[in-house]
Design a protein around this ligand. Structure first.
Ligand code: RB5
Length: 152
C-alpha cells in the first residue's frame, strides 16, 4: 500500500505525525509537500496528490490544510478523484464503503492529532461495498464525461 500525502503550510506538523503513524503500520508514504511553514497555496499540493492517485502512482491520498476544504476542492477538479473531507471516523468509513473515496482530507485547524489518526485508521480499514453504491459512484464519474462533451 502506497499513500500520497499533501498539505499546505498550516498542516506540516500534522502531516508529519500522520506520515509517521502510517509508516509505523508498514505503509509507504510519498510526500508531495509542503515541508515548509512559509505561506503557500493549497491547490498546488491538492492537485499533485490527486494526479498521482489518478495516474495510479499511489493507491490512495491524504490531504491536510486548515479545514481540509480548499485542498479537497483542488483534488476534486482532477478526473477520477473522489476526495472527502472527514472530521470524524463515521464519515471517513462511509466515504469508503459507499462513495469509494480515493482521497481523505481533514483540517489541521479543526481536529486534533489523535482524532486525525482515528479517522485515518477507520478510512483505511473500510472497503468499498459495491452493489447499489457502485451504480451511484459510476453516475458521479459520468458527470466528468458530460462536462467534457459539453466543452467540445
Ligand atoms: C490557509 O490560511 C487556509 O486558507 C487553508 O489552510 C485552508 O483552510 C483552505 O481551505
Amino acid at each position: 500500500m502506497k499513500i500520497g500525502m499533501g498539505n499546505d503550510h498550516v498542516a506540516v506538523d500534522m502531516k508529519n505525525e500522520i506520515k509517521a503513524h502510517l509508516e509505523a503500520k508498514g505503509i509507504e508514504v510519498v510526500d508531495f509537500g509542503t515541508n515548509s511553514t512559509a505561506r503557500c497555496d493549497y491547490p498546488v499540493y491538492g492537485e499533485a496528490v490527486a494526479n498521482a492517485v489518478a495516474a495510479g502512482e499511489v493507491d490512495l491520498g491524504i490531504l491536510i490544510c486548515g479545514t481540509g476544504v480548499g485542498i479537497s476542492l483542488a483534488a476534486n477538479k482532477v478526473n477520477g478523484i473522489r476526495a472527502c473531507v472527514c472530521s470524524e471516523p463515521y464519515t471517513a468509513r462511509l466515504s469508503r464503503q459507499h462513495n469509494n473515496s480515493n482521497i481523505l482530507a481533514f483540517g489541521a485547524r479543526v481536529i486534533g492529532i489523535e482524532l486525525a489518526k482515528m479517522i485515518v485508521d477507520e478510512w483505511l480499514d473500510a472497503e468499498f461495498q459495491g452493489g447499489r453504491h457502485a451504480e451511484r459512484v459510476a453516475m458521479l464519474m459520468d458527470i466528468e464525461k458530460h462536462q467534457r462533451r459539453d466543452k467540445a
